[in-house]
Design a protein around this ligand. Structure first.
Ligand code: EPS
Length: 373
């Protein structure tokens, strides 16, 4: 119902995405897509490449007079740093990157052929797709934000409600809501820069306004948590995904973990806690959906690790490429986008419709049936 593909190399002509399944009649604003692309580019610890790229969207199809037609939406982001034909071959793989496994798999000694597509540059296309999905979700009252919980050893020590997180994260160069932790995180990144090292961390995505009933336990691949986990894990550098307090919950009794159920006429069924992160048995339960992604440190190091030259088979230091030092804030923005796609996909499956108005009619009827339940 809703699907997309991307194409493009890091230093090729540009990135392409085709998004199919957006209903007709959705207002698509280029400036909104561009602002999401800008949010992804942003963040303390990014490298020089981000000063080169503009990341401006060109909509090639699927939109007329500012509204979706229901046809595939083709998107293009031009690479300003287009020089793939001139860039030198590389023979010394970086530990942690796809260099060696990719070279073996695609039968090429030139790692350049591998890293160009393995590069996280491609996530700009996912963010553009996610921006359109976010627009669709907003028609149904769903909003998604992200913020950074941890960089390296430094963790935030603050819990805030959605709207405060939204405002503070947007103002912070690290998308961090705790200003004292943010200072320490910046110092940590600066230390990594000086040492020629890199840092990972943890981001959190929160989606509010998600109605109960998205996703399903009827088949394993319909489960919302499974779908979200796949989407988040597919972001470069993400090595673990958590829904709600998943990691913490593993160490407690069930009686301490599960979110007890309450009812009031005004609110209907509700919970006072949300340790499940808004998903039970693969279905949204109406509480905010909380997703965390754990990113390893970037694998391109200015002080490189030991490796082996693919041609000479001799011990060498891994290749040193221009790269970022820390991308956790950008990781959060990408995670918002891919979560938006997964939620939009579930919404399309549940409410169908070829036009936005048809989809809304079905949504409203369902919301009414929940009230009458
Ligand atoms: C990346 C290496 C760097 C990053 C790039 C991802 O690019 P370059 O090799 O051109 O300096 O800046 O990320 C982006 C270009 C982007 O838009 O996010 C890598 O090896 O993954």
């Amino acid at each position: 119902m809703l699907r997309y593909l991307t194409a493009g190399e890091s230093h090729g002509k540009g990135l392409v995405a085709i998004l199919e399944g957006i209903p007709s009649g959705l207002r698509i604003i280029e400036a909104k897509i561009n602002s999401e692309l800008k949010r992804r580019k942003w963040g303390y610890g990014r490298g020089k490449r981000m000063e080169i790229e503009e990341d401006i969207i060109e909509i090639l199809s699927g939109v007329r007079k500012g509204f979706s037609l229901g046809s595939p939406i083709a998107l293009f982001i031009k690479n300003r740093d287009y020089r793939i034909e001139e860039l030198p071959s590389i023979f010394c793989p970086r530990p942690g990157h796809g260099d060696l496994a990719g070279a073996l798999k695609y039968n090429t000694p030139d790692i350049r052929n591998i890293l160009e597509r393995a590069s996280a540059r491609e996530t700009a296309a996912r963010v553009a797709v996610g921006a359109i999905c976010k627009t669709l979700l907003s028609e149904f009252g769903i909003e998604i934000i992200s913020h950074v919980l941890r960089i390296g050893r430094i963790e935030i020590d603050k819990k805030l409600e959605f709207n405060k997180i939204k405002i503070l994260a947007e103002k912070s160069p690290l998308r961090c809501i705790d200003s004292s932790a943010e200072k320490k995180m910046i110092a940590e990144i600066e230390e990594a820069m000086v040492k020629g090292d890199t840092l990972g961390g943890v981001f959190e995505v929160i989606a509010i306004g998600v109605p109960p009933g998205l996703g399903s336990f009827m088949e394993y691949d319909l489960r919302l948590d499974g779908r979200i986990a796949q989407a988040i894990m597919a972001i470069p550098s993400v090595k673990a995904v958590e829904i709600g307090d998943g990691f913490l919950n593993a160490g407690f009794f069930g009686s301490e973990v599960h979110d007890e159920i309450y009812y009031s006429k005004k609110r209907g069924f509700y919970r006072k806690t949300n340790r499940a992160g808004g998903i039970e048995a693969g279905i949204s339960n109406g509480e905010p959906i909380v997703i965390r992604g754990y990113m390893k440190p970037i694998s391109t190091l200015k002080s490189p690790l030991n490796s082996v030259d693919i041609i000479s088979r001799k011990k060498e230091k891994a290749v040193v490429e221009r790269a970022d030092v820390c991308v956790v804030p950008a990781g959060g923005v990408i995670a918002e986008a891919v979560s938006a796609f997964e939620l939009a996909r579930c919404l399309r499956e549940k409410f169908g419709g070829d036009s936005l108005s048809e989809m809304k009619r079905s949504f409203q009827a369902y919301m009414q049936s929940l009230k009458n339940f």
